[in-house]
Design a protein around this ligand. Sequence first.
Ligand SMILES: *Cc1c(COP(=O)(O)O)cnc(C)c1O
Length: 382
Amino acid sequence: MLPYGRQTIDDADIAAVVEVLRSPLLTCGPLVARFEQALAAKLGAKHASVCSSGTAALHLVYAALDLGAGDEIITTPVTFSATAAAAYYVGAKVRFADVDPSSGNIDPASVASLIGPKTKAIVAVHLGGMPVDLEALHDLADRHGIPLVEDACHALGATYHGTPIGGGRSIATVFSFHPVKHITTGEGGAIVTPSATLKRRIDRLRQHGVERDPSHMQQPPAGSWAYEVQELGWNYRLSDLSCALGLAQLAKLDPFVARRRELAALYRTALAGFTGVTAPAESNDRESAYHLFAVAIDFAHFNTTRARVTEQLAASGIGTQVHYIPLYEHPLHKQRCGDVGPHPGADHYYARTLSLPLFPAMTDADVGEVVAQLHRVLGDSK
Ligand SMILES: *Cc1c(COP(=O)(O)O)cnc(C)c1O
C-alpha cells in the first residue's frame, strides 16, 4: 500500500537516538537547546522552543499571548482540529474565516470582515505547505494591532518572498514533527518567535510554570535548589531522545523538501490535460513545501463520488486522504461555535479535494502509477 504520507528514517537517525540511549540524560539534557538553535538558524528565526507536539505548541502560544475567556481568534476552517481546539484549551472562542476556493488558504478579506473588539489573534495555516498571503494578513493585523500566528505544521521548508516560513515577523510560528510531516521526532513540535519575552514565557509554561533564574523570581532564592512555580503550566517538554532524532532529521530537510517539490512537478506534468482533475497552483512569490499534493477533482464530471474513488484507489494499493472536513462540520466545533454562517469557499474546496500520496521515499514510477490508477478509476466510472 502506498500511503498518502510516511517518514524517512536512515541509519544516521537510528545512530543518533541510540547514542542518547547510552547517555546519562534521556530528557532535559543538552540536545534540547541544540535542536532549538539548529531550527532557529535553519529558518533565520531569532528564537525556537521545542515541545511535545504541534498541538502543545499551539496551546503554549495561545497561553503565552494571554488568550482567555471572552477572547476570540480568527482562523480557517480548512485545518486540523488542533488549530482551533487549542483556543478552547485556554477558554477562547474561534471565528472561522472563509478560504480561497482553489488553494483552500484563508481569505484575508474574510478575516477583515470578522475582526472585532474581542479578536486577540489571527491564526493562518499554510495549507498543504503553500504559504498564505502573509503580506495582506500582516497589513490587517498591523492596522488592528492584533498578533498574527502561523500554524506552519504543513510548511517547514516553504518560503514567502524568499524568506523561510518561520523567519518572518509573525509573533509566533508553529511546527509539528509528527511522522507524516516534513521531519519527525516521533511526536513533537516547535514554536519560533522574534520575541525573547515570548520565548521565555513559552519555556516557563512548557515546564509547569517553573522559574529557576533568580533574577526573574519574586522572592530572593533560599538556596541553590530554589525555584518558583509562578503560574499554571504543563509538562510539554520534548525529550533528548526526540531532539536527537530531530537534529538528524533537520540535517536532511533540504533534500526532503527538494524531493517533495520534484515529485509534485512530476505529478503536475502527468496530470496536464486531464480534464476534471486540477493540480494545486504554484505562485512565483512563494514556494510550497508540499506537505500534501492535494488535487481538485470534479467528481460530478466523472459521474462518480469521492467515496467510490478513494475505495477503488485503496483497492489498487493507493492511499489517499481528505484535508480537511471543514471544522464547522464537526460536533465539537458546532457545539463551541454555533451557527457560523456560510463558507462557500471552504465548502467548494472540501467538495473537490483529494490528497494523493507524497513523501520523499516515493519513486518517480510511483507517481506514474498513481496517475494511471486515477485515470482508470475516473474513466471506468463514466
Ligand atoms: C499536524 C498538525 C497539527 C498538530 O500537530 P501534532 O504534532 O499532531 O499535535 C496542527 N495543525 C496542523 C495544520 C497540522 O497539520
